[in-house]
Design a protein around this ligand. Sequence first.
Ligand SMILES: [Fe+2]
Ligand SMILES: [Fe+2]
Length: 217
Amino acid sequence: MVKEASHLANSRVLPGFSTPAVGFEAPFDMLEACHERVADRLALLKRLPIHLQANGCDSQARQAAADVLRYFDLAAPLHHQDEEIHVFPHLLASADRILVKAVMGLHLQHRVMEETWGRLRQVLLAVATCENSAAEPCRVLAASAVLGFTVLYDDHIRLEEAVIYPAARRAMGTRQTQTMSADMMLRRGSAPQAVTLTPFQKATRLRIDSASGLGSG
Ligand SMILES: [Fe+2]
Ligand SMILES: [Fe+2]
């Protein structure tokens, strides 16, 4: 736990994008790299209830909880937005009704994940700030709640990587992929220039920015 928590604490920079070998010029590779980061945090999260039961709310538990909080508060929402602005719209126009249904299901799962995370993060906040002797976070961080959250992500990521990303890669042209890459940078504060979005993408982004309190500008 110590080694992993410390490693995660050193993850850098743009939320969800800490694999040096993968750049924004390859946005789908970046999305898959983000999935790897999700898997790392979920593995850490799954071990946390066991660690708490065995060791109480020690510094390692607090560090692990803080790492998981940082990731799912900052990087995971950006990743969902990447998909909703740039990946899903291209597939919703498909004649493949099974594919369209799958995309709509994934979109809905993003909302379920956000709601589930909203409840789980309250408990993790208690762990991240607890005292060594505190028993309450150990009791309330139920393994079943953690498992429910991790299963949501496991199935979701599997479908995206097996079906959705390959279909989107086929559906998107070079210009659309470049726009996606530039917008991913822009939304993380490192884009060199403005990005031209389609009306649908603009509307999706406006809705996302409004919901997050960022406004439209
Ligand atoms: Fe997703
Ligand atoms: Fe994803």
